[in-house]
Design a protein around this ligand. Structure first.
Ligand code: TXA
Ligand code: MG
Length: 356
């Protein structure tokens, strides 16, 4: 069965999704990909030719789908109001919610934002990687004000994925890239997730995202590090590496973090957290030894490892959401390691569905 119809796709992901699945009371039926086939996006293997084509599309002012180590991004030229506006329109994203700016190097970052010594220290430890810093825009920063929603700060990171790095090197300009999902939906960790929901010219296929959760966002302010969003690097790891405390966000009104909407990452099915039992009609998102009796089980990590669980989280939420289970029950996940970020995403997924 052809997974994708047109154009010809060179699959880079040879891993079988089914490896992660145990079968519940009824046989697990994989999603029929011909039903959700690549009608909208154009998935391309990340050859140097495809990267050049993607760069041309970007320079021409249109967005592309880009793999990063965290999640797939909907990437556009960050210095073009027009290109950035297309990203907001495609995602149906509220324009008060600013985007993350991806750069090729610390030197490029320094042409956009003011980097105090603490910011430099963090950058030297964690870039390239799944860590974003919110820093003051320089007065002559060329990034579209629309991208940062008119704020005097910019969220910025250097991604680690080789395809993202290659594209950044090719275009040599900052790239604005929110996660490549419709606003409020689960973030994409595979090229096909992007193709299923966004109508764009090209999606570079970098395989399944290794981290699987969005970047950790820190605001750097007055020699203080404030956690705006838990993500792909655990807070304890940051504190240990740089010997500086990361403080929780105590007064959200003081810092504009408009993207921290309560209801987010929402699957279409009801989702129940900290489940200690499971109904025969429910799909179980398991962690460690699965609870018995579910219609279907997706196990985030058989060995109860939060890093492995983070990498599987969105893909398994996608799969359970597309199944014929009535609802999704999620086993408790400890707050250790990447557990804090996983629980943050799960709480947003389970929150009431006012997508404002
Ligand atoms: O891993 C990631 O960060 C992915 C990949 C593609 O890089 N991107 C991502 O972008 O998650 P997005 O747009 O889905 O989330 C960006 C978050 C939003 O919560 C937004 O409000 C916040 O960053 N943000 C952006 N600029 C900000 C700023 N100047 N101040 C505070 N928060 C900001
Ligand atoms: Mg997002």
């Amino acid at each position: 069965m052809a997974r994708i119809v047109e154009p010809k796709i060179e699959e880079t992901n040879t891993e079988s999704d089914e490896d992660n699945w145990t079968i519940g009371a009824e046989p697990f039926k994989p999603i029929d990909m011909t039903q959700v086939a690549n009608k909208k996006g154009k998935i391309a293997a990340p050859t140097s030719q495809a990267i050049k084509r993607a760069a041309d599309i970007l320079r021409g002012g249109d967005p592309i789908g880009l793999p990063t180590e965290t999640v797939y991004g909907l990437a556009a030229d960050a210095c073009s109001d027009d290109a950035v506006a297309k990203v907001f329109a495609l995602k149906q994203r509220p324009q008060f919610n600013p985007l993350i700016i991806h750069v090729a190097s610390i030197e490029m970052a320094q042409t956009l934002v003011h980097m105090c010594p603490l910011a430099r220290l963090v950058a030297e430890h964690f870039w390239p990687g799944p860590l974003t810093m919110v820093l003051p825009r320089l007065p002559d920063c060329p990034v579209s004000l629309l991208a940062s929603a008119g704020l005097d700060t910019l969220a910025i990171r250097i991604p680690a994925h080789p395809v993202a790095r290659a594209l950044l090197d090719e275009v040599a300009t900052p790239i604005a890239a929110p996660s490549a999902n419709l606003s409020g939906n689960i973030s994409p960790t595979k090229a096909q997730h992007v193709a299923d929901q966004l109508d764009i010219n090209i999606i570079l296929d970098g395989g399944p995202c290794k981290v699987g959760l969005e970047s950790t966002i820190l605001k750097v302010d007055d020699n203080q590090l404030i956690l705006l969003r838990p993500g792909g690097i655990a807070v304890a790891h940051i504190e240990q590496a740089i010997g500086h405390a990361v403080d929780p966000l105590t007064n959200p009104d003081k810092i504009t973090a408009p993207g921290q909407m309560i209801a987010h990452y929402a699957p279409s099915k009801p989702i129940r957290l900290d489940a200690l039992d499971v109904a025969a009609s429910e799909g179980l998102l398991a962690f460690g030894k699965p609870l018995p009796g579910a219609k279907m089980v997706a196990n985030l990590s058989v060995g109860a490892n939060t890093t492995e669980a983070a990498a599987n989280l969105f893909a398994m939420m996608h799969e359970l959401d597309a199944s014929d289970c009535a609802a999704i029950a999620v086993m408790p996940i400890p707050d250790e390691g990447l557990g804090q970020a996983i629980n943050d995403r799960l709480q947003r997924a389970a929150a009431p569905r006012d997508k404002s």
